[in-house]
Structure formats: structure tokens, C-alpha cells
Design a protein around this ligand. Sequence first.
Ligand SMILES: [Zn+2]
Length: 98
Amino acid sequence: MNCPNCRNKMKKKTDNTPEGVSFTYFKCDKCGEEILDLKQLHAVAEKYREMKKYTAKISKWGESLAVRIPKPLTKKYSLKANTEVTLVPEKNAIKILS
Ligand SMILES: [Zn+2]
């Protein structure tokens, strides 16, 4: 792949997003132009979607129901056992505010 600005041959490089998803891109050492190809971009977006999807089982807890929150989410949102959260009923979802 050649640089669209200066026609210099671009180098293939690999990097990681802050979330740890790796992606490759092309960089021109001459003018600093960086290109992330579309296919790669879609692959990265797909990985993000997978990372953001979690399933949880609802279990009975007395007269109420309990949802087990996966560990990565408890870490991400600093959720701790025996602390209170706010549940906000929305049209098609229940939002949890920590
Ligand atoms: Zn260039």
C-alpha cells in the first residue's frame, strides 16, 4: 500500500486499543499518514460488540428475582456486594445506576 499523500510505501503496524483489542494499520514514515483499512475497522467494531455483550441468568430470590452480573461488568462499574444501586425502568430495558 502506498501513501495517498506522498506515494511512499506504507508500513504495516499493529497496535492495541485501550480495551486491549488489537488492530493493524498502515503508517507512512515519511509524512506520518496513518490508514486503518475498512476491513480492519469492521473487525475491531465486531470485537467491541462481542465484548459489550453479556448474558446473565435470572434466579429466584424470595419473592424477587436476582440477576447475576458478570465479573467484568462489576469491575468496570465498580459494583460491590451489599451496596445499593438504583434501577431505572425504561421502555425496553432496566437501567442500573451505580
Ligand atoms: Zn506519506
